[in-house]
Design a protein around this ligand. Structure first.
Ligand code: PLP
Length: 391
């Protein structure tokens, strides 16, 4: 029997995370005490009010039935209300909002609705790998990589993109607060992005799952506050520390929402109703654009961790900046270290797991990413081990 992969499968990159996973298993077997700061998966618990609601709702029989792939009406109404209190924007929950099974699903499925073979998609790099691979390449589209350089505050420089490319582009992914760089986008940049989209007739998929993950009084905006012609994806995953029970939403332009819904109706049967109901409970905690207690509590913990990690790295001579958002620390490799994967392997030998920048695309080379997913004493221990290795 001949079993051949479709050509598009060969366009996907080698999954370097699998190699790191393998090394981790070996080290664990050798009895090395591992400090995982690699994957962006919160170690903090989902707020109790959400967990209690989840347990209550899962026991109700109708909540165990098939959900609607576009989200229950009650869920879409809660998202509508959240946009109103959080961003002062009003959307129609019937036509301008859809539920998703996680932001990742929405990012990938939107391309199925809008990308024809060879269509150009503008993709930031380093970036969340799904924009380039799971979305664009798996739809036979053509990713155009927009470098995010530190000298430009990790914002793409639209002026450097050939106008022929811009004219052919159909869609652009943007993500601020940004994974992996932790960068935020000023209003002036968002305005510029929207102007380019209008001039060259493409739409923006604004991936905003870290909108609540901000420090030092910074409040992240919605792109839709600048212009409602685009689409924004947000997710409960990081907002409520619940990456495992998948729930997200897309809001914006009716035609784009309708495209996502059409694709989803042929592929999935939606986020479980009891999860949607639990997330409604969390969203209802918002009374203004300020974070409610349930979110504030975990952000304070991450902020303390950020300070301990960044101050600690600087003290051992590894120059690193504090991000204003996200639970990621993106930093250039220490002096004399040439390759992010080789450096990460060295750290695994001493039990510290971080992510090589190259895992976020070729423009991520030269950097590594720490995720703040361990308590302070473990972060301090990691710094000590790194110090022993470097100095
Ligand atoms: C930038 C970005 N977008 C989207 C996601 C997906 O989030 P989820 O599918 O859990 O909603 C992540 C997760 O790490 C992310 O970092």
């Amino acid at each position: 029997m001949k079993i051949e992969y479709a050509d598009r499968i060969h366009t996907l990159p080698q999954y370097i995370f699998a190699e790191i996973e393998q090394l981790k298993i070996i080290k664990k077997k050798q009895g090395v005490d591992l400090i995982p700061l690699g994957i962006g998966d919160p170690d903090l618990e989902t707020p109790v009010v959400i967990l209690d609601e989840l347990i209550k709702q899962v026991k109700v029989q109708p909540n165990q039935n098939y959900p609607s792939s576009m989200g229950e009406a009650e869920f879409r109404e809660a998202v509508q209300k959240w946009y109103e209190v959080r961003f002062n924007l009003n959307f129609n929950s019937e036509t301008e909002i859809t539920g998703l099974i996680g932001g990742k699903e929405g990012i990938a499925n939107i391309a199925r609705a809008f990308i024809n073979p060879k269509d150009i998609v503008l993709v930031p790099t380093p970036g969340y790998p799904v924009y380039e691979n799971g979305a664009t390449k798996l739809c036979d589209g053509s990713p155009y990589l927009m470098p995010l350089n530190e000298e430009n505050d990790f914002l793409p420089d639209f002026e450097t993109i050939d106008t022929k490319i811009l004219r052919k582009a159909k869609m652009m992914y943007l993500n601020y607060p940004n994974n992996p760089t932790g960068a935020i986008a000023p209003q002036s940049f968002l305005k510029k992005a929207v102007d380019y989209a209008e001039d060259y007739e493409f739409f923006i998929v604004y991936d905003n799952p870290y909108s609540e993950f901000t420090y030092d009084e910074y409040i992240a905006p919605s792109l839709l506050q600048i212009n409602r012609d685009h689409v924004e994806i947000n997710s409960a995953s990081k907002m409520f520390n619940c990456t495992g029970f998948r729930c997200a939403w897309a809001v914006g332009n009716e035609r784009i929402i309708n495209g996502i819904r059409k694709v989803k109706s042929q592929i999935d049967s939606g986020c479980p109703i009891f999860i949607q109901k639990a997330i409604i409970r969390g969203l209802n905690e918002y009374k203004s654009n300020k974070k409610p207690e349930i979110v504030k509590r975990s952000i304070q913990i991450y902020q303390e961790r950020r300070d301990v990690l960044v101050d600690g790295l600087n003290q051992i001579g590894w120059k690193t900046k504090k991000p204003k958002a996200t639970f990621y620390i993106w930093t250039r490799l220490p002096k004399n270290e040439l390759n992010s994967m080789e450096f990460v392997k060295k750290l695994i030998n001493v039990g510290v797991i971080i992510t090589p920048g190259v895992g976020f695309g070729q423009y991520g080379e030269g950097y590594v990413r720490f995720a703040l997913t361990q308590p302070i004493d473990r972060i301090k221990e990691a710094i000590e081990r790194i110090n022993n290795l470097l100095n």
